[in-house]
Design a protein around this ligand. Structure first.
Ligand code: P5A
Length: 439
């Protein structure tokens, strides 16, 4: 893309309403704009990142054997009356009436709806195990929406739902998602630590939250530092036995949030030098709730003995839009965002120092075309602006690489290549510069 033709409204000044780095940078880099409390428009730069995160989540869901569907945002209240959650969910659920006076709601989650789909379509254990997910907007009328997209009212979630004939296979389904989340977050450039969690309005008795460490995180976290070096964070596991062993290791080590923390147990289980007390952002949350919804809605399957049994279920969430903020919290400096390569909105920035110099502009255009052909997804800053402002904007939007071309270097066929993360700069021959990035 050419910056001059892209809707990328950056801001120099820090917006007063933004209390944390990710919120500030998302506004300043022109990624989002607020429409109402906790409700945002995603502008091109933000949407690119959101889409890349969703694509990685999707890829890992496919790898874990889940099927993608797309359920509506608006739900009828009927199923929620049936499950008993219509009253139980409380004022966080946005309810309204359609023109016929029927009560509707904007879905805060989809356990009821997916259970209804399941009960109508699946009758036999032979169709199990099954894991269905979608990536869809949710609405929760949070009391205190804050920190931009981190605690929004409208937010994008990946929510998956597993169906199994008995508790043993449901437990395996839960463990598979648990391990697949480690890989998903790793691909996003994050290390998210699984912690024992409360089940809240979703229900059930087994639950883990995945938290990334960040000073500005909303949850206080307490964990054994030994967890972070578990090979499950860096290696791919093959086979159910290996997967179950990793699950047992990770879940037996101490890792809890303020909701589940037990100070005495922490002291007893974790040696002093390994106790980490810190803050975190919850980017994922998984639940096993057995037959809570299948009992309420009558979702049964015939088992191998020919008997009708309630299906065992779990649900699995990833905060896709929250991750955009969470990743920025984990990856930024005083000048702006530092995107992990996999989700950067553009692969490389090309900065034309002097757009009114015909040679300089021709060299930038050539390099831009080559970068496009190489699949690098370049952003060419072709704006007629002072270099200072262009450099500052590039730092702010945080692309992994920036190539700067100006008339002086061009005389010798040279460009400057800068790595955003390390800050290292090198003068490189223009004809060789893209190869430095592609390796
Ligand atoms: C699991 C999937 C559920 O809703 N039902 C379907 C279960 N879990 S959850 O923990 O309540 O939400 C899953 C993830 O969604 C993100 N999230 C939010 N993101 C931004 N703003 C919010 N207000 C918000 N609420 C939840 C979190 O990442 C959470 O882990």
């Amino acid at each position: 893309m050419r910056w001059s033709r892209t809707f990328l409204p950056t801001m120099k000044d820090t917006p007063a309403e933004a209390q944390i780095a990710s919120h500030r940078y998302m506004l300043r880099a022109g990624m989002v704009r607020q429409n109402a409390a906790g409700i945002y428009t995603w502008l091109p730069l933000g949407l690119r990142v959101l889409t890349k995160i969703a694509d990685i989540v999707r890829d890992e869901q496919a790898r874990a054997g889940a099927n993608e569907v797309l359920m509506p945002t608006i739900q009828s209240a009927d199923l929620w009356q049936e499950s008993g959650r219509f009253d139980a969910y409380g004022p966080e659920m946005l309810r309204f009436e359609d023109r016929h006076g029927r009560t509707m709601l904007y879905g805060p989650t989809n356990e009821e709806m997916i259970t209804d789909i399941f009960r109508r379509e699946v009758q036999s254990y032979k169709n199990l195990p099954l894991n269905l997910y979608h990536i869809q907007w949710k609405f929760r009328d949070e009391v205190r929406p804050r920190f931009g997209v981190m605690r929004g009212r409208e937010f994008l979630m990946k929510d998956g739902y597993s169906f199994d004939v008995d508790e043993a296979s449901a437990a395996l389904a839960y463990k598979k998602v648990f391990i697949s989340y480690l890989r998903t977050f790793r691909r996003l450039g994050l290390s998210a630590i699984p912690m024992q969690a409360d089940t809240g309005p979703i229900g059930g008795d087994l639950s883990h939250e995945f938290l990334i460490q960040a000073e500005t995180g909303e949850s206080e976290v307490f964990f054994d530092s030994a967890i972070s070096s578990d090979p499950a964070f860096t290696e791919d596991l093959t086979g159910d036995a290996e997967l179950e062993a990793a699950f047992d290791r990770l879940t037996s080590a101490y890792a809890r949030t303020d909701e589940t923390h037990d100070a005495a147990l922490f002291d007893q289980q974790v040696p002093t030098d390994r106790r980490v007390v810190s803050r975190g952002v919850e980017v994922g949350h998984i639940f096993y709730f057995g037959t809570k919804y299948s009992d309420a809605l009558g979702a049964t399957v015939q088992n191998a003995e020919g008997k009708d049994v309630a299906v065992h279920m779990g649900s699995y969430g990833i905060g896709v839009s929250r991750l955009v903020g969470g990743i920025i919290e984990a990856c930024h400096d005083e000048n702006g965002i530092i995107w992990p390569t996999e989700i950067a909105p553009f692969g490389v920035g090309i900065l034309n120092l002097k757009v009114d110099d015909a040679d300089c502009t021709a060299a930038c255009d050539r390099l831009y075309a080559q970068a496009q052909a190489a699949g690098l997804d370049p952003l060419l800053d072709d704006r007629d602006m002072r270099p200072g402002g262009k450099f500052a904007d590039m730092e702010l939007i945080g692309l992994p690489w920036v190539i700067t071309i100006g008339p002086r270097g061009l005389n010798d066929g040279m460009a400057e290549l800068k790595n955003r993360k390390t800050g290292e700069k090198h003068d490189v021959a223009i004809h060789a510069v893209l190869a430095k990035i592609t390796g």
